[in-house]
Design a protein. Sequence first.
Length: 336
Amino acid sequence: MAGPEPTLRLRFQRRFLAARPLCSLPWPELEQNLRAAPDSSLLQDILHQTILHPLCVKYPPSTKYRRCFLTELIKKHESTAAEPLDELYDTLADVLKEEESTQCYKNYLLPTGDCVTLSESTAMISGGTTGLVTWDAALHLAGWAGGNPKVFRARTVLELGSGIGFTGIAICKTCQPKTYIFSDCHHCVLRQLDENIHLNGFQVTCCIQTEPQGQEVEAKNCQNPELIVAELDWGSVTEKQLVGLQPDVVIAADVVYDPEIILALIGMLQKLSSSRADRKAPEVFIAFTIRNPDTYHLLQAELDKVGIRWQIIPAHSNSNFLYDVQPNVTILQLFI
């Protein structure tokens, strides 16, 4: 059952702290409220729930984002008969003094009251990779996981293409996995991932590197790993190197946006299936945004071709998570 509708202030807070697109903020409702009661106190409350929120002060979104937000908020204020609000202009003046940076923070509030704070690139593509930002499929998968914690509780989870860590950190904070294995292959992404794991109060207890020469996976300084970061190249990793992972659950978000990546992912799943020895096959969940229907149909066709069954997981309710569920995001459960 869905919970009570969050207040206007809280909806501004959630979306602003996570630096969601400005157009997704509830501006029309704010305008309606201001027309009904042109009172500066509402704008002041929103200012303190967003720009001046302690999380934002400590871990601010990009300078450009905050500048645009404040400019829009001032426009709404000036369109009413409300008393002048000097704090709005003073805050904008402070932001205008800041230099632009290639890095920023996003703060995602979880239903538990906890928060995932991420250091992200301000550019969608940086360092030759799209893995330095958080994509909608990661939000969607984390929301689904939060509504289905039993899938992850007390189990070993392997995430393929973890990027900078949102989904994994959210699952670690809400679903109590026994072991969580973050993995990626891009060195810049892995460095940012490690930073974000520590930023959220976790310690990496084991780092795994897989070498293309064929050595077995080596775990260093690792006796009872709970949080693992693995460098996994789907094309070069071998079944032998995967034997030590033995996940109960495998997840991935937004890793099927390109036909070549689809084939590499399926190859990786086949290797995982072959490396499980006598263990039960892991449960596999893949979340992705359908940007191109042809790519989506190719994924289904390639899965059918190698005999991997699949089913669509029904969309979860917004009440399970605090961000918009995009209608073009889908989760597939695969049976390897």
